[in-house]
Design a protein around this ligand. Sequence first.
Ligand code: COA
Length: 373
Amino acid sequence: MKQVVISGTGLYTPSQSISNDELVEAFNAFVNDYNDTNQAQIEAGTLEALAESNSAFIEKASGIKSRYVTDKAGILDPKRMAPSIADRSNDEPSIQCDMAVAAAKEALAQAGKTVADVDMVIVACSNLQRAYPAIAVEVQTALGIDGFAYDMNVACSSATFGIQSAMNAIQSGSARCVLMVNPEICTGHLNFRDRDSHFIFGDACTAVIIEDMELASSDSQFKILDTKLQTVFSNNIRNNAGFLNRCDESGLGKPDKLFIQNGRKVFKEVCPMVAAQISAQLDKLEIPADNLTRMWLHQANLSMNKLISKRVLGREASLEESPVILDRYANTSSAGSIIAFHLYKDDIKAGQLGVVCSFGAGYSIGSVVLEKR
Ligand code: COA
């Protein structure tokens, strides 16, 4: 069986960001306007007043301090509370293609590859801006890559599932070198009027080069020792937007066409599943948990990551062992664990081990055990 490595990563970060204070100010302006407009009904007891949000709560509940976004003005406009992202003509690159190309160029440079070396492109993310043609085919063409490309969506676990798909393709001989990209515009599916979740997400794009180890020449190679994927159906994280309901008259106002979750249940149900999966995988590989130098975990919630790493290691993980990017990026869905890997992998020495792990809607969990070459 061919050995497969991750030989390069790239990151595109939008130029605009929103602090918790800025987000809360806009949210509270919307709340006060709503309560003023509906004062009579609220006083009559026929309508419930909306409650204000709070920066301190957000940081304590999630670990998030700010998030990068594609359009700050639209999100912070209390009359709109959604990013304003203009439609582009069919002759222009899509916004997800632009993000993907930027991240891909960095990943290719790090891997020491040209587009001629790549023969497969996967775009793996939670939200694709159109049904077809696949964004991946557009990215392939924009970069000038021969071969084939496809989109896939496993929500927050899209990147780890994409890594396994790339590895399988290399091992079966259908590709030599794969570009896997995660253009996540999570602010487009977030309900900025929902107090429980308006702070959760941000935007970013990551890219990973996965290739046959025999062909790899980069200084930064991580051998894939094992991948493990798991899915269990749950309605606790859901978004009902789809092509069958796109003409819904209520549009943005219908909350179930945006992100909804039962955050408490997600927390309680997903953390033990993730910890058990990583522990079982390490057992199978006969790797004691203490031999893990780093855990590049999905970045949704700081307490979740602390709980998962504690269960796996049997003690609290240090920030060095389980790095956090959530504070400045928020939850960027499938990009999160790859951002952590991208930013916190250069100090890993040859022979040291780590695990990239994502988890999210589905439920879906993907863990990839890596060894630095
Ligand atoms: N500002 C102030 N208070 C708020 C608030 C806000 N924006 N949002 C909720 N609250 C209040 C609630 O009203 C509640 O008050 P009560 O106890 O008086 O009823 C309290 O804070 C706790 O709310 P809850 O929603 O239960 O918070 P939590 O501590 O569970 O944290 C999440 C919420 C979403 C951050 C947390 O559950 C989580 O991260 N879960 C996992 C989410 C996840 O990973 N999802 C994956 C997405 S891909």
